[in-house]
Design a protein around this ligand. Structure first.
Ligand code: PCA
Length: 215
């Protein structure tokens, strides 16, 4: 069975819960198409998150990597189009606050997601869940982890689909936090699962195509 590494993040800033943690915990072990989901939670720490996702990729050897992050204030599930070579933004959980720093010295300015993001959002909308492509993952930890994973795949010449999906706040977080648009937890899980189903269906089609070409 193929392995899909699914990551979420711990709580950060004044968000007392991170809905991505609960979503990845619920999907841990799920079988979606040919993939078995292996879920992990990453720290909101500029000094550690990049190293941790690379460590997980090396340890697990996943056939796909999907990372999730909370985008409090967004109304929709938003697969990200691009990660940029910058660290910037709010203070992290360890007190680091880089300003305009590159993630990788001399790294490319950006990496495009290698997930089927257009088909993911089409499928979510078909199923009645608001979704859109996002053209900016920011420059905080979510962008950082997306860039690190795509950079790793690039320099190691690995044909492993990788990318990032931001999700809105859950009702649980909205009640604790105050004014943020929110979704029920079960719809967040459904939205992420649908994205993974689209990924599984696409990679199966690509592989069938490769087998057909080799015959
Ligand atoms: N969201 C933050 C970091 C952790 C998370 O869940 C972000 O969008 O960068």
């Amino acid at each position: 069975m193929k392995r899909l590494l699914l990551t979420g993040f711990e709580p950060f800033l004044d968000f007392s819960v991170n809905p991505t943690m609960k979503v990845v915990e619920e999907l841990d072990g799920a079988v979606i198409g040919e993939y078995q989901v292996i879920s992990k939670v990453l720290p909101v720490d500029f000094a550690k998150a990049g190293g941790q996702i690379i460590g997980l990729i090396e340890e697990i050897g996943p056939d796909a990597v999907v990372s999730l992050g909370l985008a409090a204030g967004r109304f929709k599930v938003t697969p990200e189009r691009i990660a940029i070579n910058f660290k910037d933004g709010a203070v992290d959980n360890e007190g680091n606050q880089p300003v305009d720093e590159p993630i990788k010295q001399n790294g490319p300015a950006g990496y495009l997601s290698t997930l089927p993001i257009r088909n993911m959002i089409s499928r979510l909308v078909e199923e009645g869940l608001p979704a859109d492509i996002s053209n900016s993952a920011g420059a905080y930890l979510c962008n950082n982890v997306m860039y690190e994973a795509l950079h790793y795949m690039e320099i190691h010449k690995k044909d492993v689909p990788s990318g990032f999906i931001h999700i809105p706040a859950s009702h649980e977080l909205a009640i604790e936090h105050g004014n943020v648009p929110s979704w029920p937890h079960r719809d967040l899980v459904k939205g992420v699962r649908l994205c993974l189903e689209v990924l599984a269906a696409e990679t199966a089609v690509i592989e069938t195509g490769k087998i057909a070409m080799n015959q």
